[in-house]
Design a protein around this ligand. Structure first.
Ligand code: ARG
Length: 459
């Protein structure tokens, strides 16, 4: 069958070319936005006198019927259609006759597709932000239960200083809060209407882009028609924001994998979010966390693909841009699938407080505190640091810890050391001492939890 745009050509494209060109398999998910956009367009055409109120009524009713039928399953997408825009228009014209052909006045698929995608991503961003908030609440909730759960904090994957599990989890709330902020920022730039830019140059009809944008709940209108139809920055921004969310979830997943190993036993993931092995009966594998980590790579691919697709495009619309949707939808679907398992996995994990404490007691993570103690006795920090290091080496040689080393051995390193040293190296006290703003003491972490709550209210 000849295409709707037959005229300049016979519109009889090759079947393989049709399949190659068609985007309906992935842009049909924008059907609601496409139809809502068309309703606003019909209203604008009537308001400006380009069509009559009666014609607008017929168009709107026809569009509503299509929407209802797609929703109810009474109308299937025709996979032979070129894209969702053509499909809706073809069905509309078949249903209501020639008046359907008036809908595309003062509009092009170029501004139409840009509008549909913006409307679609606006909804997605709003939903994703709400879900990231839930993840933050889950982390803050676990943190609240663990302000006194001591564990080693690591640098270079070497035990470094005592921290609470709350402190560690709250670090992730900070990351995800930034993600929410970024999504909010991206939302602002997505919430701009391109409809009215038409093919690329605007239109000679007396239209009202502002009326149409307002009807669609869009905050502003693209101020340059060529940019309006060729801008996909909002797509890149969203995939980039999703990439960061994935990166944060991936780092957390990596820790969950490590922590649930028998070597660490810092957490035990719920049976619901682990799997067994087909051969090794003892296994409890953290597959979900591993998959989140693994899927992060795909999203980076979506970002790189989109950036690369755009980089050589002259203004204005080019068909290459049809590739944006598969990439952004894939990124959206991936982050959605990951957060859907991440949130309950965090909520249901059990904390191995004993293993954490044992690990905290074995790595000389109080050596800095010993140095600080000696500094308190009047030694310069560098000298104190050196003595503390020698004490650690002696402890390792003797199979001792800083908590168990006898006072006379201590005094062999410095006459300044007295009974007070045991208080200085007491792990709980080491933690509670770090009460600086953002620090790991119980009070400082409680304050952080309050901060997180306040930030969540603001979003
Ligand atoms: N399916 C196209 C896309 O996703 C719609 C716009 C087509 N515009 C055109 N002039 N052929 O980009």
């Amino acid at each position: 069958m000849a295409k709707m745009w037959a005229g300049r050509t016979d519109g009889l494209t090759d079947a393989v070319a049709d399949g190659f060109n068609s985007s309906i398999s992935f842009d049909s998910r924008m059907y609601r936005q496409d139809i809502t956009g068309s309703m606003a367009h019909a209203a604008m055409l009537a308001k400006t006198g380009i069509i009559t109120d009666e014609e607008a009524r017929q168009l709107t009713e026809g569009l509503q019927g299509i929407l209802d039928d797609i929703d109810s399953g009474a109308l299937d997408f025709d996979m032979k259609a070129e894209d969702i825009h053509m499909f809706v228009e073809e069905v509309l014209t078949a249903r209501i006759g020639d008046v359907g052909k008036k809908l595309h006045t003062a509009r092009s698929r170029n501004d139409q597709v840009a509008l549909d995608l913006r409307l679609c991503l606006k909804d997605f961003i709003t939903e994703l932000r709400a879900e990231v908030k839930k993840l933050i609440s889950a982390l803050a909730g676990k943190a609240a239960e663990n302000t006194e759960t001591i564990m080693p904090g690591y640098t270079h994957m070497q035990r470094a200083q005592p921290v609470s599990f709350a402190q560690h989890l709250l670090a992730y709330t900070a990351m995800f809060l930034r993600d929410c902020e970024r999504l909010g920022d991206c939302l602002k730039r997505t919430d701009v209407s391109p409809i009215g830019c038409c093919a690329l140059a605007g239109t000679g009809y007396t239209t009202d882009s502002f009326f149409e944008a307002a009807k669609l709940g869009m905050s502003s209108v693209c101020f340059n028609s060529m940019d309006g139809v060729s801008d996909r920055d909002f797509v890149v921004e969203l995939i980039s924001d999703i990439s960061l969310i994935m990166m944060h979830m991936s780092r957390l997943s990596e820790e969950l994998v490590l922590w649930s190993s028998w070597e660490f036993r810092f957490v035990e993931l719920s049976d619901s979010y682990t799997t067994g092995s087909s051969i090794m009966p003892q296994k409890k594998n953290p597959d979900m966390a591993e998959l989140i980590r693994g899927k992060t790579g795909r999203v980076y691919g979506d970002l790189m693909g989109t950036l690369t697709m755009l980089k050589g495009l002259p203004l204005a619309y080019n068909k290459d841009m049809q590739e944006d949707k598969e990439a952004v939808f894939a990124a959206c679907d991936t982050v959605k699938a990951c957060r859907d398992v991440m949130i309950p996995m965090i909520e249901t994990m059990k904390v191995g407080a004993d293993s954490k404490r044992r690990a905290a007691g074995e790595g000389f993570i109080n050596a800095t505190d010993l140095a600080d103690y000696l500094t308190g006795k009047g030694l310069p920090f560098r000298t104190a640091y050196k003595i503390s290091g020698s004490v650690v080496a002696a402890c390792i040689a003797a199979g001792q810890t800083l908590e168990t080393l006898p006072l006379e051995t201590y005094r062999g390193f410095s006459e300044l050391i007295d009974e007070g040293v045991y208080e200085a190296v007491n792990l709980d006290l080491c933690m509670s001492r770090r009460s600086s703003y953002g620090g790991t003491s119980v009070l400082a972490t409680r304050e952080q939890i309050e901060t997180v709550k306040k930030e969540l209210e603001k979003i």
